[in-house]
Design a protein. Structure first.
Length: 144
């Protein structure tokens, strides 16, 4: 009889209430500012970006087309960005623009929040014609 009782699941309503009360509230996924992903010179990843490498992060910005015109890629910046009309390059773009690979990219010039994997591997943004920029891969829109 004692063995049967030992294997019984004991539910205590009071303990359940205390546990539920002490459980931390899950905050919505925080948005990482685009500029914070680049170092002070704007040419390489910041310490924050290095700490987030290979992890899924959320970024918000304005959607622009990429210099290469590759399908499934977009440029995400804090301001309106478009390839240079003379050469099609990204040389006049500000710091903080991400090359984003998204299977279902939002339309250009839209404000979008995307969640994807931060890829710091050299050449990650080459397909977009944005070799000098950081890349977000396998991204999906999480908010308009
Ligand atoms: Zn140009």
């Amino acid at each position: 009889m004692g063995a049967q009782l030992a294997g019984r699941h004991v539910a205590c309503p009071a303990a359940g209430v205390v546990l539920a009360f002490r459980r931390p509230v899950r905050a919505p996924a925080s948005v990482t500012p685009l500029r914070a992903l680049y170092d002070a010179a704007g040419r390489g990843p910041s310490w924050l970006a290095r700490s987030l490498a290979g992890r899924r992060i959320t970024c918000s910005g304005l959607v622009g087309s990429v210099p290469s015109g590759a399908a499934g890629w977009l440029a995400l910046g804090e301001d309106v960005i478009a390839p240079c009309p003379a050469c099609g390059g990204d040389h006049d773009w500000p710091v903080g623009v991400l090359a984003v690979q998204a299977p279902c990219p939002p339309g250009t010039f839209a404000v979008a929040t995307l969640r994807g994997v931060l890829d710091l591997c050299p050449g990650a943004g080459d397909a977009a014609g944005m070799g000098g920029r950081l890349a977000l891969r396998d991204a999906a829109v999480v908010a308009p």
